[in-house]
Write a protein that binds this ligand. Sequence first.
Ligand code: HEC
Length: 187
Amino acid sequence: MTMIMTTLKYLVFCLLFLPAAAMAAGGAHITHVDLDLSNKAVERGRKVFEEQCSTCHSMVFLNYKATMDPELAAQSFGKEPPDLSMTAKAKGKRTDGAQYIHALLTSYYTHEDGRPDNKVFPNIAMPNPGLTEEASRDVAAFLWWASEPSREERKTLGKWVIGYMVILTGMLYVVNKRTWKDIKKKG
Ligand code: HEC
């Protein structure tokens, strides 16, 4: 009974939560681009992060500490810069989080009165890091990868499992044939 209740609660949670998550990720101003998520792009993005973002942002899962004191940052910008370890995952399924980060970084503009703002995140407390298009794509790829570093491991594991299954199938086929050959001979 408790099992059923737990499952039901989980289902209700999913039904309530998923549409909200989808809405959060599908903001009106996010233009999806053809992001390069290769290891090379991820490594370039890591450099961008180290040089341009780690002043303010930590990434605890990768042992990056913000160089600026978080309290000082909070005082200077009005908000504490969040840890970016899981941001890509929090902002959308699959690669949507990376799309969100890229869109965010490339959506800074200036109001007529000279006030800086962001189309994806109006009134964002983060100053424009002023990245090139390439750098924003690469750092989005890096944050995407970082939010799930086991992604690559799982891919290689998948290959081993498939290889194992192929070999196992082959062996079973041979065993099966031999067994029947003997039985047919006897019969
Ligand atoms: C000068 C400090 C500073 C630097 C440098 C900086 N950020 Fe931020 N960042 C912030 C602050 C402050 C916030 C919180 C913004 C808010 O909630 O209004 C933030 C928020 C974010 C968010 C979360 C946005 C959201 O929707 O919640 C992302 C993603 C992000 N930064 C990425 C980056 C990346 C990538 C870089 C490097 C290219 C970078 N930041 C550089 C201060 C900084």
